[in-house]
Each structure stands twice: as C-alpha cells, then as structure tokens.
Design a protein around this ligand. Structure first.
Ligand SMILES: NC(=O)c1ccc[n+]([C@@H]2O[C@H](COP(=O)([O-])OP(=O)(O)OC[C@H]3O[C@@H](n4cnc5c(N)ncnc54)[C@H](O)[C@@H]3O)[C@@H](O)[C@H]2O)c1
Length: 440
C-alpha cells in the first residue's frame, strides 16, 4: 500500500506544511539497485582508544568497495573502531571522533561503531563497551535524513575478516531500513564464496510462505544472489506460488508446513541438501486473550513456532541441511515488545527468538550451520494493509526513519544471514524496523 504521506513530504509545499506543523519528515530511503549497488561517497575510518585491529580492519573496509579515507568532507559511511575503549574516560574519544563529522555526513549515510563484548571480569571495560549501545541507539534516533547507526561487537582476539560480510551489508543500500541495532559476532572465519556479487551461486535455498509478501521478496533476493530457489506455500496458494516460481526460475513446492511429513517432503525436494532454509510462513489470528478460543491460539503456535521447531530438528538430524548451511527464522517486533490482541502471535515470535539463541551455537558446533532470525517491524504488505488506518499510520511513523519498511528490506537482511561469508553471524535476532520505538 502506498505511503501517501511520504510522497507528500517529498514535495516542496508538503515539506513546508508538515515542517510548520511539526510533523515527521521521512527521508526517501535509497535501496539497492543494479544502478546504485553501493553508497555514493567515501568511507571515513576513525578510531577511538588504542585499537589492536586497525590494520586488519582497514583491509576489510577496503573490501566494501568504498574509498576509505582518514579525513573526509562528506562521508557516505563512517566506521568508528571503538574496540580499544576500556574506561568511562575513554568514551571522550568516541565523542571527539564523531562530534566533528556527524553533521557533514551525506543524507542516507551509515555509521557503524565497532566494539567488543562487555567483559564479565572487568567492569570498567564492560561499562565502557555497554555505553556504546546507549550511544548508538541514541544517535540512531537523532541523526535523521535517512541515515542509520549500528553497533557491531567483535570478540577480543577475533580477526576483523569475521565482520566482513556484516560490514558490507551495513555499509550498503541493502540495510536501508535497519537502524539502532547491536550485532554480536563470533570469531568464526567466513566460508569462502566464489563470487562476492553472487555469493549464493551453487547453493540451494528453500523459503516457506513464498507465494507472496515478504517470502516472495526473500526468494527473489536469494535468486538475485545466485541461489537455486525452492518456494514453498500452502496448496491453496498454488496459483500465486506458481507465478512466483515462474518469475524467479524457481521450483514450486506446494505444501502445508504443518503437515506431519513436511520435513521429509522438503528433503525429497532438495536431493543435494539445503544450504539455506528460510522459515518465513506465518499467520495471525488476533483476539484479546479473554476472547481467544483455544483453536486460534493453537493455529498460530503451530504454524509460526511448532512447525519451525519440528522441521528444523528433523532436517538437521537427517543431514538434509548441508555443512555451511544457514537457517533463518522470522520473528517480529511483536515478539519483543508484545502487542494488544496478539498474545498468541507474540508468544510464537518470542519463541522463535528463544529457538535461535539456544540452537545457534549448538548447530554451529554439531552441523556447521548458523541459525538466526529476522524481526520485522512495520512492513508494507497485505498483512499490514489490513490494519485499521489510525493504527497503521502510528505503526509507520513510530520509528527513527518515520516510515514503514518494504518486504525487500527484510529480504536483504535474510540474504546477509544466508551468505557463506556470514559464518560469524549466529544466534542473532536482527530487527528490520527502522528503529521502531516499540520494544526499543
Ligand atoms: N508484514 C509485516 O509487517 C510483518 C511484521 C513482522 C513479522 N512478519 C512476519 O513475516 C512473515 C511474512 O509475513 P507477510 O507479511 O509476508 O505475510 P503474508 O500473509 O503476506 O504471507 C505469509 C505467507 O505464508 C503462507 N503460509 C501461511 N501458513 C502456511 C503454512 N501452514 N504452510 C506454508 N505456508 C503458509 C501464506 O499462504 C502466505 O503466502 C510472517 O512470518 C510474519 O509473521 C511480518
């Protein structure tokens, strides 16, 4: 559904009027396209404190394809290496580094602060590194003009190359609707990809709920990145599913994910094994708890959570997910913040968060597979078009970018999780919500 307000503020009279009324000023977001695959402008590499990774990090930043500079008049991206900030006093260097440059950054810019996990043994280091989280979340709220701010934590002693796929994503138009996020990396070395511009070449990906909406967009972005794609949806959505499959050169698998033999039929549909498994299918059956019959509760838990647990367990146990595989599930900010009338849905989506945090480290150790979740905020789909006008407008504006996201924003995040280079991204829940105020 079109965001008319965003169009209005894109016109001179609309901008004048909405400014006078003190209304939100959403900036049009620049997303990935063949014509603009990268940010337009240099990358400013700054350091606060004594960094042990400066030289290696510079090489990783150069791999983003942006021109890396130590001084820049108008940077498109700024990376602040704050891994060496270990005391409250040292935080002054964070201010000293960013204060002079933050205003000169180009619109639609990216700021990434790199830190380390707060220590359980050194409370001064822990305080300083945790401080970066509050800093980043606040800067994300005030920066405006379609710019985003994130914190990436790299374990002490880990080679910066572990962060390469993450930095490529965050410092690109692909992460346009991701802001105010904290990503905790492991020290796992990236699996090599044949072609950085088509990192999923030779890989097989299956996306559930892919007949329409976010799932169809995920399938499309994975295909763009080189994957052979299998699109799955309920048999009743067969026509839409066939159209999506035709458009992408994908294989259609009409199947209800709650069927008892779903995992076996998925495995049969991918005889060479799956490299990427995206659990996207989801439903809502909203009612307040006092009015909610048991079957509405059960349907949502079954589709959104139980079938995800069951098929994941069975596909991992049978070896149908290849080593180096990537499992991506779909949570929601409702699973983080809760939502009126959605006790069943929010429970199912919070359950997804529990699943990825627990299974991620074990799946990596036992199967060489990562498990992550994307948590969309307000995304413009049929699901949100059905929301009553006033609540829909509130959902769209109550975030740092003052607009809803698009299915492609979720899809780009899934594609980053899915990359061979993202081995160090595991057990993470990334919100794609424009830094929604809900649950922030
Ligand atoms: N749209 C949003 O703003 C938003 C926000 C947060 C989370 N999400 C989540 O993102 C995912 C996709 O959402 P969407 O907006 O594209 O929804 P959608 O309703 O447009 O699409 C969901 C798809 O899943 C399919 N599906 C449902 N039950 C299934 C089953 N048992 N087996 C196989 N397929 C099944 C549907 O047929 C449909 O094609 C869902 O998990 C949803 O909860 C969406």
């Amino acid at each position: 559904m079109a965001d008319r307000y965003l169009h209005l503020t894109g016109t001179a009279p609309g901008r004048f009027l909405t400014r006078r009324l003190g209304l939100p000023q959403p900036a049009p977001l620049r997303r990935w396209s063949l014509e603009t695959p990268r940010l337009e402008g240099p990358l400013l590499h700054l350091t606060a404190g004594d960094s042990a990774i400066g030289g290696e990090l510079a090489k990783v930043l150069a791999a983003t394809g942006l021109a890396v500079e130590q001084r820049s008049e108008r940077p498109a991206a700024i990376v602040l290496d704050a891994t060496g900030v270990t005391s409250a006093r040292g935080l002054a260097q964070v201010h000293a580094a960013l204060h002079p440059v933050v205003r000169s950054q180009a619109p639609g810019g990216r700021i990434v602060v790199i830190g380390t996990p707060p220590s359980s043994e050194d409370h001064h280091q822990a305080a300083a590194q945790q401080a970066l989280e509050g800093f980043v979340r606040s800067l994300g709220k005030e920066i405006g003009r379609g710019s985003t701010v994130q914190l990436v934590r790299l374990p002490a002693g880990a080679a910066p190359v572990a962060a390469e796929s993450t930095l490529r994503f965050l410092l690109s138009p692909r992460s346009a609707y991701v802001s105010g996020q904290v990503i905790e990396l492991t020290d796992a070395a990236p699996d090599p990809a044949a072609d950085p511009d088509a990192p999923l070449t030779g890989r097989t990906a299956l996306v559930t709920g892919a007949a329409r909406g976010i799932g169809a967009s995920v399938a499309s972005v994975l295909a763009r990145d080189g994957a052979r794609v299998i699109v799955l949806d309920v048999p009743q959505a067969g026509d839409d599913l066939a159209r999506t499959a035709d458009r992408l050169g994908a294989t259609a698998l009409p199947l209800d994910i709650t069927a008892p033999d779903a995992a076996a039929r998925i495995a049969a549909g991918a005889p060479d094994g799956l490299d990427v498994l995206v659990h996207n299918a989801g439903i809502t059956r909203d009612r307040r708890l006092a009015n909610m019959p048991a079957e509405r509760w059960a349907q949502v838990i079954e589709v959104n959570l139980d079938s995800v647990l069951r098929t994941t367990d069975e596909l991992l146990a049978s070896g149908a997910v290849n080593r180096g595989g990537r499992i991506v599930a779909t949570a929601s900010i409702a699973g983080i913040a809760g939502n009126n009338g959605q006790t069943n849905y929010a429970a199912s989506k919070a359950g997804i968060i529990g699943l990825v945090r627990s299974l991620g480290p074990r799946a990596a150790a036992e199967h060489g597979v990562t498990v992550n979740a994307v948590a969309p905020g307000f995304i413009e789909t049929k699901m949100t078009a059905a929301v009553p006008l006033f609540i829909r407008e509130a959902g769209r504006r109550m975030n740092s970018l003052s607009q809803g996201g698009l299915p492609v924003d979720v899809a780009e995040t899934v594609a980053w999780f899915a990359q061979p280079g993202s081995a160090a991204v595991n057990g993470q829940v990334l919100r794609v919500c424009g830094q929604s105020l809900l649950g922030a």
